[in-house]
Structures are given as C-alpha cells and as structure tokens.
Design a protein around this ligand. Structure first.
Ligand SMILES: Cc1cc2nc3c(=O)[nH]c(=O)nc-3n(C[C@H](O)[C@H](O)[C@H](O)COP(=O)(O)OP(=O)(O)OC[C@H]3O[C@@H](n4cnc5c(N)ncnc54)[C@H](O)[C@@H]3O)c2cc1C
Length: 472
C-alpha cells in the first residue's frame, strides 16, 4: 500500500518546521507520511529574508528570536548550527523611547513589557511625576478585567498603571511586535500572564515583584543561563532556513517552489491540491499560511470557514535598512534601538541599531540601522513605492537621531498584511474557525493567526501538529 501523502501548503518557518518535525517522528509510526511542501515563491522561509551584500547582513523580516522560548534554538542545534547561534552584544543593553522630541532610556526591569521595579520607574525621564504616582497606585489591588470577558491591552494597562505607562512604555513595545493598536489588541490573546497576575495579586506590580524574585532564585541556581534575551544566527535567520531545507532534501521530502496553490478541495479519497503548476492528490493537507490566505483556498468548498478566517485582521509593515559611514553618525546609539509611541503621531514604529545589537552585521567603519514603518490603522506608507518609503525613513532618522548624511546603501522590504492582530474577542473568533475546520477530516490549519506570532511559537505549533499527525 502506498504511504499516505501529506501536502503542506506554505514553506515559511511553520510549514518547513512541520515537515522537519514529521520527518523526526517517522521512525516511530507504522505508516510514515510521504511529505510534499509547496510554496508560491521561488525561495523558502516566508517572511524570513536575509540579504548579504558588501559585508552587510541585512534582515528584511525577523532578525532574532526570544531566547526563553526554546523551539528555534532546539531546531538550530538539531540542524548542527550550534556554532552559528549568537546572542546580542552585552555592551549596549537597553532600548529607548522617542517622546516629546528626544530619546529616553526605557526604565530597567521590564517584565512582560511592564515595569516591575519601582526605582527605575521613579527615575525615568519618560514619565511625569503625576504619571509615576499613578503607576504606584497599582500597589492597591483592584480588578480591571471583566470577570468573564476580554479587555484591550490599553484599557487593562491604563486601569492598573495609568495612561502614561500605557502610552509611553507598554503601547510602543506591543506595537514593536504586532505593529498593532493596543486599544484593539486583546490581553487574553497576547499576554494572558498579565490576567493571571491580576487574578492572583490584584496588582501587576505586586505580581511582577514576586515573578522577579522567583526568576532571581532560578538564575542564581543556574549561572550558565544565557543572559541574552534575543538570539540569532551568524549569517542571519535565512541560514536556519537553508539548513532546514537541506535536511528535508536529505530526508526525501518533496519540495516545490514557484507553485502558488490556487485552491484545495475535498474528494472521495482525500484532498485535491491545485497549483499553478499542476494538481496533487493528498490524504491530508496543511495550510501553513496567514489566515486570510488560507481563506482564499477553502472558499470554494466552505465559504463559512473562509468568512471565519477573514475575521482575523492583519497589519502591514515595511522595514528599511540603511548603511552609513561610521563617521557620518554623531549619535552614540547607546542601546539596541528605540520605539516610537503611537501618541507621537509618526509613521515610524521602531528602529534597531543593528551595529550595536549584532556588531558583526556591518563591516568595520560602517553603521547599520533598521527602521520599521507603518502600523495597524496607519499603513498607507507600506503601499508606497520603495523610493518614497526610503525617503520617509531618512526623514524620520534625521528628526530622531539628527542623521543627515547620504546612506551608503538602502534596503527596503514591504510586508503587506503579514502581522495578525489578536484583537479583543480573538478567542471567540479562533474557536469559530477551529470548530468549522473540524468538519473537514484531513484538513489542518497551521497559522500565526493563533498560538503566537514569533518564530519559536510557529515552530512549537508545528511540533504539536506533527505529534497529532503521527498519533492518528
Ligand atoms: C517584519 C517582520 C519582523 C518580524 N520580527 C520577528 C522577530 O524578530 N522574531 C520573531 O520571532 N518573529 C518575528 N516576526 C514574526 C515571524 O517572523 C512570523 O510570524 C513567522 O515567521 C511566520 O511564519 P509562517 O510560516 O507562519 O508564515 P510565512 O512566513 O508568512 O510563510 C507563509 C508561506 O506561505 C507561502 N504562500 C502564501 N500563499 C501561498 C499559496 N497560495 N500557495 C503556496 N504558498 C503560499 C508564502 O510564500 C510563504 O512562504 C516578524 C514578522 C515580520 C513580518
């Protein structure tokens, strides 16, 4: 009997990670899968996109992963990339916030993006005295989240720590991850740990003090723990994609590029997967895609499932990397970068001083800076042409860091509708999608529209699905 065939649509981190996790589990199952991964683009990795030019290592999409979520580092180690894994440069810790015309250092001791130490909170130049005293009022326990409903990040944080902490600390840090609008993002879907702190302590500050003490005890017991919050690969995250693809080829996984899937359809025997380069038959099909792209493929046989998938909004963003002669940058860049609060009304969301964060990414005597432009509700710029995006990036850099020199090189990457927005009521929307999808045996959805947007989240979700697929 032929081995059952599984087609994974989408060769981003989730789809490739799933193929790899299935290969790892093949030895333990009676009937191993025959695996095909198909992608619309001529290259693998989805939004992971490293460009290496003239000694610069430029990340168009993600540039690192959170070290405390182990799935990415675990995968890189399994792929033999130990030597390539690297942390951030410890000499330039910390980040800044651009507010009221200048950069302010973010107060130290943020946990879950929220201040967890009173000293740095009281010393910061970012908040007014009124704002600081309002934050301290959180020491008096209170309940802000409705007992059985959802609440926005903005309302929840402002209810506990006041509007200033919300607008100048928490909102810009959240925007740095989701390019989202904190007034719409759901606490339950983005940081359920904060709700748990409220439930247990009635106060985020008391809860975070306790969490800090517990962490200090853990770190004390394990001095080998890596200190770097973010890790990456020496030749950029594409190095991980290349190693993954090589391992899949060795395992005889069929890899098909430049073949956009136009629709999938259930048949009496399983599934038909139609691509612009031909049709495949499969026993199971996994859509490792953003929710709205998966929606397009299922519309033909289940319009209600497609409608449910379309309810998850996606934000757009653009990244611009600029290379300069070091002598052209007077600014000391004393950290990893900065964020720009929404209340500042600027198109810039965040900037990374790449040269400080990962020094090997720019040749001696040069500086590499990366800017994020466009956010939920204000993403017009992402659809402009590259020259306009680059010009706006340079204008922002002039205003914020006083950089007026001509860059040596400029790289622009546009990412329309890539970042899912976990808005208030997200859990309900996801439940509706999953309930509907369960009606189609052999169809699996593996999307960053739920269970996390970060690369480690995507890989962990892929591992869970591989376990499910090799159990049945
Ligand atoms: C600018 C940016 C910065 C980020 N920074 C970080 C970071 O620093 N750290 C971090 O952990 N995460 C970061 N993220 C988030 C993270 O990179 C993504 O959530 C994750 O990589 C998504 O992986 P995926 O496989 O789910 O989707 P994708 O990467 O979107 O992959 C989907 C794939 O499906 C293919 N596809 C689409 N339609 C079809 C079709 N019809 N037929 C066939 N193939 C199709 C696409 O070509 C693509 O290859 C960032 C994201 C962006 C956009």
């Amino acid at each position: 009997m032929d081995a059952p065939h599984i087609v994974i649509v989408g060769g981003g981190m989730a789809g490739l990670g799933l193929a790899y996790a299935l290969v790892q589990r093949q030895a333990d199952v009676a009937q191993p899968w025959r695996i095909t991964v198909v992608d619309a683009q001529p290259r693998w990795g989805g939004v992971v996109r490293t460009v290496m030019e003239d000694g610069f290592v430029v990340e168009g999409g993600p540039d690192s992963v959170l070290a405390f979520k182990p799935a990415a580092v675990r995968l890189w180690r399994a792929l033999g990339l130990d030597e390539a894994i690297m942390g951030t440069d410890p000499r330039y810790k910390g980040a800044f916030v651009f507010a009221r015309g200048r950069l302010h250092r973010l107060p130290e001791g943020l946990t879950l993006m929220v201040p967890s130490q009173l000293g740095p909170l009281f010393r910061t130049s970012l908040l007014s005295w009124k704002g600081k005293l309002r934050a301290a009022l959180d020491l008096v326990p209170r309940r802000v989240a409705p007992p059985d409903g959802d609440i926005s990040v903005a309302d929840f944080i402002a209810g506990h720590l006041g509007h200033e902490v919300m607008a100048y600390i928490v909102e810009p840090l959240f925007a740095g991850i989701y390019a989202g609008d904190a007034r719409r993002l759901s606490v339950a879907a983005t940081y359920p740990q904060l709700l748990e702190l409220e439930r247990r302590y009635g106060s985020l500050l008391w809860g975070l003090f306790a969490a800090r003490r517990a962490r200090a005890r853990r770190d004390g017991a394990n001095p080998q723990r890596t200190r770097s919050a973010f890790v990456t690969l020496r030749r950029g995250l594409t190095q991980g994609v290349e190693a993954l693809v090589a391992a899949l080829k060795r395992a005889n996984v069929r890899l098909v590029t430049s073949a956009p899937v136009t629709r999938v359809h259930p048949t009496a025997q399983g599934w038909r997967v139609e691509t612009e380069r031909g049709t495949m038959r499969a026993n199971a099909v996994v859509l490792a895609l953003p929710a709205w792209k998966a929606a397009r493929l299922v519309e033909g046989f289940d319009p209600a499932l497609a409608d449910a998938l379309y309810t998850i909004p996606y934000a757009s963003t653009a990244t611009v990397s600029l290379a300069y002669r070091a002598t052209d940058i007077a600014h000391p860049m004393p950290g990893y970068g900065f964020v720009v609060p929404r209340v500042e009304g600027r198109p810039l969301v965040a900037g990374t001083w790449t040269t400080r964060k990962f020094p090997h990414r720019s040749p001696e005597g040069t500086v590499l800076i990366r800017l994020f432009l466009g956010r939920a509700g204000n993403d017009r710029i992402v659809h402009a042409d590259e020259a306009e995006i680059a010009a706006l990036a340079r204008q922002e850099l002039a205003d914020i860091m006083g950089v007026r020199a001509e860059p040596l090189r400029t790289w622009v990457f546009r990412w329309p509708r890539v970042l899912p927005q976990y808005e208030v009521g997200h859990a309900e929307r996801v439940r509706a999608i999953q309930q509907r999808a369960r009606g189609h045996p052999g169809l699996y959805l593996l999307s960053n529209a739920w269970d996390g947007v970060g690369i480690p989240d995507r890989l962990a979700a892929a591992e869970r699905l591989a376990t499910e697929l090799t159990r049945s």
